[in-house]
Write a protein that binds this ligand. Sequence first.
Ligand SMILES: [Zn+2]
Length: 262
Amino acid sequence: MRSLATAVSPAATLAALLLAALLLAGCAVPIVSESELESESGKQFQEMRAQMPASTDVRTRAYINCVSSAIVQQLEKPYVDEDWDVEVFESEDINAFAMPGGRIGVFTGLLAVAENQEQLAAVIGHEVAHVTQQHSLKRVNREMTTRAGVIAGTAVLGGGYGVGDVLSMGAQIGLSLPFSRANEVEADTVGLNYMAAAGFNPAESIQLWKNMGRKTKLGPPQFLSTHPSGDNRIQELIQQLPEALKIYNAAQAAGRRPACQK
Ligand SMILES: [Zn+2]
């Protein structure tokens, strides 16, 4: 039988000890606030705009704005009150993201996989759910704690770290690094409800993920590198469908029937 001591990984024990040492030394672990992360995300969003061409196709921009707008109108406070900034990037990449502070980015390549307004709503709903469930914020603060622990161990060597470094890493994470499996399940569930509440048929989310799994001429979609598809995700969505369909039917009855034209 394993003792309690050996059941805990040595790395976790070390991190806990280092963190305790840091706290004893009187250094508080800095916590990143939602507004700090929002302002850092704003900078990164502007950098992306400076580096990547925006789509000049008026119809495509209007279409993506139409779907995004229908989704964000269904968010909880304070997110529903934010002035959501939507950018359409001209790129073959099959990708999309949302950032804290009310920002959505969609790459035109996504439209090769998201074949109709419902499938596009499935992606945008999922990405926005990462923001409303504060997945980046939680990750940044986990990272701050971990680094604080490491720094506690190396402080005598002159190690230091900046809040800005961790912040910028955390904000980039939304696009470049995958969230945890638990975060993905949560974003799927919450996102499915957002699309349904906006009046998009949630059943289309299943077709979206099937499309994502198809090979494209450019190789697998970039979105898949951070969003492993496969049967698990689809099975879980199928289980969530009955609840989402109730929300969808209520939205339709209330007159929420988006007609975003590609
Ligand atoms: Zn995700």
